[in-house]
Design a protein around this ligand. Structure first.
Ligand code: GLN
Length: 211
């Protein structure tokens, strides 16, 4: 079986997402085809999708204009496995506000039961890397790259925190969340060579087995 892996290709670090998926799928010995999702038609055959980091407002407006927003939301609600990183995490949240401007009226998929603050690390720590403990990936910490990152401050229903980070103002921030077929990271696993987050997504969240 060949799995068809989609990458939402409207804006952001699309190429890095393609390469990270390819690395993980090859290491798992799963045969695959990548589809760049730019139009609604591209959604029909995919078995999973990833949503890149970038600017969530831009990704939101472009996905609404192309009609992808509603269709993708429907497919995710019907079980399509999805991994969103950074701006992708913002897109997936049901509640979003910005650390500086507060309310944002940006178009969202609104599929995950979490409240997310955009740009929560502010100016001083706009971008940083940290060795993050992610218990579901094992003992070895994951090198997590944060770039103007968001984080979740509240989860409800069956949304589960997989990694947290301490913040002076907000206390414990949630930087990785799983809810059924959905996985969100505030950081960018596509920017490091460690494929564990992608492998976890493909095997545990999407349920495709290593060959
Ligand atoms: N701050 C951006 C947003 O909210 C996300 C940044 C990123 O994806 N690296 O859209």
């Amino acid at each position: 079986m060949t799995i068809i892996a989609g990458v939402l290709a409207l804006q952001g670090d699309i190429e890095e997402h393609v390469q990270a998926l390819e690395r993980a799928l090859r290491e798992l010995n799963i045969s695959y085809r990548i589809v760049l999702v730019k139009k609604v038609e591209h959604l029909s055959n995919i078995d999973l999708i990833t949503i890149p980091g970038g600017e969530s407002t831009t990704i939101g407006f472009l996905s609404r204009r192309t009609g992808i927003l509603d269709k993708l939301k429907e497919r995710i609600e019907n079980g399509l496995p999805v991994l969103g990183t950074c701006a992708g995490m913002v897109m997936m949240a049901k509640e979003v506000r910005d650390a500086v401007v507060g309310e944002t009226s940006q178009p969202l998929l609104g599929v995950m039961d979490m409240s997310v603050i955009r740009n929560v690390f502010g100016r001083q720590r706009e971008s940083f890397e940290i060795d993050l403990k992610i218990p579901v990936l094992g003992e070895k910490p994951f090198r997590a790259v944060f770039i103007r990152a968001p984080a979740a401050v509240k989860l409800w229903n069956d949304a589960q925190p997989l990694a947290t980070l301490r913040h002076e103002k907000y206390g414990e921030l949630i930087v990785m969340v799983r809810q059924r077929n959905m996985l969100a990271c505030a950081f960018h696993p596509e920017l490091v060579l460690d494929t564990r987050v992608h492998k976890y997504f493909i095997t545990e969240v999407a349920g495709f087995q290593q060959r």
